[in-house]
Ligand binder design. Structure first.
Ligand code: MOS
Length: 729
């Protein structure tokens, strides 16, 4: 990818000038305004709910609760497409399953009247004992009978216990909340029995299936628009009760209904990264060869859905160790269901594994990178397959040089800058490279533009820009002539945006469709133009013109080719999917995060003096958008390491810090110098472009890098995130 490898973000102008239309901003005639009223207990039943005052308030059109709801016909059997169990059936009955669960919805003619009326609703409850504290409930763990919940063993079980040098520690991460800037929002309307929604979804097709299931209608009858997203980080991977509520209200009134959650509801109603307790057992020989690795995790889920993620999976393959055991369990708590968040599973798992690796290196008095290199996995021992490509060593080298690793000393607290203690730390990350079947339509118009269509959406990583770059590269058109249509149903079916798989899935489909389009054009040229009778292989197509490779004086424009054939445009639609060959390989992205911290020994203040994130993501399609995503992902990891935690008051099962003043995320001033580095070598197996995926590995490994740097600076090992100053004093 040459001339397109650094194009600007194609939706950048629309986003920064305000012309990009987010879901709640669609102009909809006759739209009315809805909000949800939440329960004030965490578990029990609604004894009574008084909606009369709200109903009589000016402008109120309806108040819906379990007492008067028209239950969607699919409630009895609807499953979430992700198959975790039974999603919350909003307003179904008088049961309360978590704090702030919607118990009523007010719809009024203006936003202000809706808000006022909502304040008039009062409920009384029959309380039951709730539990929201995983530390107290961890014994109630549950084995989930799916392949995700399976125990894993390779070699001798718990062999680490027999090693010369043993490390056994427990690590915890708190609940963290996605909190994209754009609030969860929807406009819902019905045309007879066919709904249309503008909603914050990471998967148009998945949302169609969820809504279709709840209302007992075919997914094809559900229109979903989710063209622009102001971030999501995983919260858009589930269809939430607020979306169903808006549809129920719209159906009842036969009017378009707009519902935007307020910030507090973003902490209670749309998922989060689950609180997780992890136990690591590592064993090594005196000279640093790993002889046993055991990784056990217990994570929270809700009482009604079994959410699971690959928390322990990285430990099975990232190091060369013959004896590996992993175990993963979940515990039902009285909260909303968790959902994948920024590097799901591995982000949590890497904190335990990469902290433990650092601790063991310290016990062995080895440099942590030397220790990792000594245990470098030449192949994937879990799947017993070769890597498709692996440039992890290049990531180590690239980061060591940039961060100044040579200045690091193994003994904590031995480097100082003025009164500040200096610490260096690193953490390894990885994430699977997935590719799902994707349909793309590529269409040449007579005006010289290429239109690429796919229902996939772009929540911010630069999917539209990637599609533009690949389409422009293959057709030889300037990127300005590529038009992307995406993020809504009715277009060729694309995947959900998530799991770092979009470029691999959609990029490949764009690649294949554009190549097919070009070859069909050349086919048309040898049948109907001045090139009649020539071999296709002797022709080239670039910038809307067919030329002969032998005699470049001759040329035929696409426009004249179309008009000669009485065609208004020329299009192909093509489905691309993973190859059989790819199944023979283990395909992962790799990353290594390096951190230099300065810690004030008197105040406990931690400064991030320098952060370097290095990644092997295969081919980099676009340097700008990829770097942007890597910076952003790394910042997410810094939040995880130093700031983010949802604090629950377990007496009431309710969050305390449900706003941006009290739930902290990093800002520019928190990071003094940040760099990213890509190895940028093509993977020969993954897909036609040789990409491997970036979004998740941009974060995985950052939190332990910070913990390891703080230890190197202070000698204090923090095993429960986030690393706040009280923990190191
Ligand atoms: Mo990502 S957590 O798959 O949006």
């Amino acid at each position: 990818m040459s001339k397109t490898s650094n194009i600007n973000r194609v939706d950048g102008f629309a986003k920064v000038t305000g012309s990009a239309t987010y879901s709640a901003e669609y102009k909809t005639d006759g739209v009315v305004y809805a909000c949800l009223v939440g329960s004030t207990i965490a578990k029990g039943r609604i004894k009574s709910i008084d909606t009369k005052k709200a109903e009589w308030a000016p402008g109120v059109l309806v108040v819906i609760s379990h007492l008067n709801v028209d239950k969607p016909s699919g409630y009895a059997k609807a499953k979430d497409p992700h198959n975790f169990g039974q999603p919350l059936q909003v307003f179904k009955d008088d049961t309360v399953l978590y704090y702030d669960q919607p118990i009523a919805m007010v719809i009024a003619d203006t936003f202000e009247r809706m808000q006022y009326a909502a304040s008039l609703i009062k409920a009384e409850y029959i309380k039951e004992e709730h539990i929201t504290d995983l530390q107290k409930a961890k014994d109630k763990e549950k084995k989930v009978e799916t392949d995700k919940g399976d125990d894993y063993h390779r070699g001798v079980q718990d062999n680490y216990k027999n090693a010369a040098v043993v490390l056994e520690e427990e690590y915890t991460i708190p609940t963290e909340v996605h909190n994209p800037m754009e609030l969860a929002n929807i406009i819902a309307k019905w045309d007879g029995n066919k709904p249309t929604v503008y909603t914050k979804s990471q998967g148009v097709e998945g949302t169609r299936r969820s809504i279709g299931g709840v209302f007992g209608i075919p997914p094809e009858d559900v229109s979903v628009n989710s063209e622009y997203l102001g971030g999501a980080f995983g919260m858009g991977l589930h269809t939430w009760p607020y979306e169903i509520a808006a549809l129920i209200g719209s159906k009842k009134l036969n009017r378009p209904v707009k519902l935007v959650l307020h910030r507090e509801q973003m902490f209670t109603n749309v998922g989060f990264r689950p609180y997780t307790i992890q136990k690591m057992g590592l064993g090594a020989t005196k000279d640093g060869k790993l002889t046993g690795l055991t990784h056990e995790a217990v994570a929270m889920t809700s009482s009604y859905e079994d959410f699971m993620e690959g928390t322990v999976n990285m430990s099975r393959f990232i190091y060369n160790c013959d004896n590996v055991s992993t175990r993963y369990r979940i515990v039902k708590l009285d909260t909303c269901t968790p959902i994948w968040m920024r590097g799901p599973g591995e982000a949590t798992g890497s904190f335990a594994l990469e902290s433990a690796m650092d601790e063991l290196a310290h016990k062995l008095d080895m440099d942590p990178i030397e220790f990792r290199k000594l245990n470098y996995a030449e192949k994937d021992l879990e799947q017993n397959k070769p890597w498709s490509s692996k440039y992890l060593l290049e990531c180590y080298e690239g980061g060591m040089e940039r961060i100044g690793w040579k200045n690091r000393k193994n003994k904590p607290g031995s480097v100082k800058e003025g009164e500040w203690l200096v610490g260096y730390g690193m953490g390894t990350g990885t994430f699977g490279c997935y590719r799902s079947p994707t349909s793309v339509k590529a269409k040449f118009l007579a005006d010289g533009n290429l239109v690429l269509q796919c229902s996939v959406n772009d929540m911010g990583p630069g999917t539209a820009t990637m599609m533009t770059a690949i389409g422009a590269e293959i057709t030889g058109l300037p990127s300005e002539n590529v038009v992307i249509e995406m993020g809504k149903s009715g277009l060729p079916k694309g995947p959900t945006q998530g799991g770092s798989a979009t470029t691999s899935s959609v990029g490949s489909a764009v690649h294949d469709a554009c190549n097919l389009l070009v070859s069909k054009i050349l086919g048309l040229a040898v049948e109907t133009s001045t090139f009649k009778g020539m071999a296709i292989t002797d022709l080239a197509f670039a910038n809307g013109v067919v030329t002969s490779k032998k005699d470049n004086l001759k040329s035929v424009s696409l426009a004249s080719l179309l008009s000669a054939n009485k065609l208004e445009n020329f299009e192909v639609e093509n489905v691309s999917k993973a190859t059989e060959e790819a199944k023979k390989y283990s395909i992962y992205s790799f990353s290594v995060h390096f951190v230099k911290v300065l810690v004030n020994p008197n105040l406990g203040k931690i400064r991030l003096a320098h952060v370097v994130s290095c990644a092997d993501i295969g081919t980099v399609i676009n340097q700008k958008t990829s770097a942007g995503q890597m910076y952003g992902g790394a910042v997410g990891g810094i939040g995880m390491g130093l700031m983010e935690a949802l604090e629950i008051d377990h007496r009431f099962g309710r969050p305390i810090n449900n706003n941006f003043a009290d739930y902290h995320v990093p800002v520019n001033a928190d990071i003094e110098k940040q760099e990213v580095f890509f190895v940028n070598k093509k993977d020969p197996i993954s897909n036609p472009m040789g990409t491997k995926g970036l979004g998740e590995t941009a974060l995985v490994g950052m939190a332990p890098a910070i913990a390891n740097a703080v230890f190197n600076a202070t000698g204090k090992r923090v095993r429960d995130l986030p690393i706040t100053l009280d923990k190191i004093l």
